[in-house]
Design a protein around this ligand. Structure first.
Ligand code: 8LH
Length: 465
């Protein structure tokens, strides 16, 4: 076997390296090697990362001492799967006890280069501390993934996501810089900014674009209002993270049809930055590949946190292989997905999430014994003729019964909606397999997301969080 390129911990990538322009791969060996050989190398790395975390953070030391686990015990996958998962609640507690970054910071605080955080408007925020060397490694990892998407040096990359605490935009920017692209850090979220984005996109004609999927659809609507066809932007690739969408078939198609670009899904969690470690590629554009030599991804049973076999559904659990500032070791995501191992058209030998990440376990709507993912409603409505582009799902308890109300926009004028209401309501009901009360409202009356969509309003007392 040829040596895995720059495979060492702590990691330091050659900052001048760029692949041969004719190569579809950044690191041909690491990306196309026999997965069993890669996994064997990863297992050794996991032990190294755990040794490092155990000796540098009281968080990991206490957590593993409590279950009598030593990093040296991790000599098999069975042993690794017994490493207790890290939860978001534990991290919040750690940061409350050891402000501001918690006792899972493993590097010297003088090494911290960027501070980011959760953007949640409720509850205590969580701070992310990213080391200087980690930032470089993150840029390298994600440049490598952008290369796989078909982005090349000299391409202009338009970043249309919030530049604030959110790591998505910064991660895309630093990756594009490392790839020697031209970055346009446009941002999002300020008054009138979407209309200005349309002007800039039409003028600059970037090759690549990054945002949340909801925001791309919003941008297409605004462009239409300005009488500009988004295809005129000439985008080659659009990569998305932050929420389900790019792997939801009808959402993906709506973006592809509007912009005429290849749609790429990527993204894990901010804590897991390099968050693009789950990402599609140019030649394997559907779903997301799990770049197992950057971050170790497991899909696990949500109760036992043992991995489920390929072909099955579970919750992603993530482990950093290269971070030294706040390495996450078996971070429980609380998301849902399904994984498979098959031949990928791009030749990379990574497992794949063929339907992306469909949503969060706690966003799943439990109604009368059935489970409904909000993304299924989105998927259905997007392919309905005369749909106005936005909707809301209201879950309410009436008497002793749960009721699901879907309120969707239509472009049809009031008075001509009878067939639309009847057909969409019954179609949605048979698609979801639960009873739905359907209501149509005027187009452009429901709020559009500038960041991640929040379409579910759960009015039931017992589910209030
Ligand atoms: C996704 C996806 C996806 C994230 N498909 N759901 O954007 C990546 C990072 C920066 C991010 O969004 O992190 P954040 O704010 O911590 O949110 C993570 C959650 O976002 C994750 O647990 C998922 O529920 C969701 N998410 N990318 C579906 N491509």
């Amino acid at each position: 076997m040829a040596a895995m390129e720059e495979w060492a911990f702590p990691t330091r990538y050659d900052q001048d390296y760029l692949p041969d322009p004719s190569s579809p791969y950044w690191f041909p060996v690491r990306e196309t090697m026999d997965p069993a050989e890669r996994d064997a190398a990863v297992l050794v790395r996991l032990r190294e990362v755990m040794e490092y975390a155990y000796s540098t953070s009281s968080f990991y030391k206490n957590k593993w001492d409590a279950v009598d686990l030593k990093p040296a015990d991790i000599t098999s996958w069975e042993a690794f799967e017994q490493v207790p998962v890290v939860t978001k609640a534990e991290m919040r507690q750690s940061q409350a006890d050891h402000p501001p970054f918690g006792d899972y910071v493993c590097c010297d605080e003088s090494e911290i280069h960027h501070i980011h955080g959760t953007s949640g408007t409720t509850g205590a925020p969580t701070a992310f501390a990213l080391g200087r060397r980690d930032w470089e490694v993150i840029a390298d990892n994600q440049a490598r993934i952008l290369w796989g998407m078909g982005v090349r040096p000299g391409d202009t990359v338009f970043v249309a996501a919030l530049f604030s605490l959110y790591l998505g935009s910064w991660g895309a920017m630093t990756a594009a810089e490392r790839l020697r692209c031209r970055v346009l850090p446009f941002g999002a979220g300020a008054q009138g900014m979407t209309a200005r984005a349309v002007t800039w996109l039409a003028r600059v004609k970037p090759a690549a674009f990054y945002a949340t999927p909801s925001y791309a659809l919003r941008l297409a609507e605004v462009a239409e209002k300005e009488k500009i066809d988004p295809r005129e932007f000439g985008l080659k690739v659009m990569f998305f993270s932050g929420e389900p969408g790019a792997s939801v078939p009808s959402v993906r198609k709506a973006i592809e049809d509007s912009f005429g670009a290849t749609v790429i899904d990527c993204g894990t969690m901010a804590e897991m930055t390099p968050f693009m470690s789950a990402s599609a590629t140019k030649e394997t554009p559907e779903g997301m590949l799990l770049w197992q030599d950057i971050v170790w991804h497991e899909v696990c049973d949500p109760e036992t946190f043992r991995t489920v076999p390929y072909g099955s559904e579970g919750t992603p659990v993530y482990t950093h292989l290269e971070r030294t500032s706040q390495p996450m070791i078996r971070l429980a995501s609380n998301d849902l997905t399904r994984w498979v191992m098959e031949d990928n058209p791009c030749g990379r030998t990574y497992p794949k999430l063929p339907n992306g990440v469909y949503g969060r376990i706690d966003d799943m709507i439990h109604i009368r014994g059935e489970n409904v993912y909000p993304t299924e409603v989105d998927n259905y409505l997007r392919q309905v003729a005369d749909y106005g582009g936005e909707h809301q799902i209201i879950v309410r308890r009436t008497g002793s019964m749960d009721e699901m109300i879907v309120r969707a926009e239509t472009t049809l004028p009031d008075g001509q909606r009878e067939a639309f209401d009847r057909d969409t309501g019954s179609g949605l009901q048979s698609f979801l397999g639960v009873r739905v009360t359907f209501e149509s409202v005027d187009a452009n009356t429901l709020e559009r997301a500038e960041h991640k969509s929040r379409r579910v309003v759960d009015e039931r007392e017992h589910t209030k969080r």
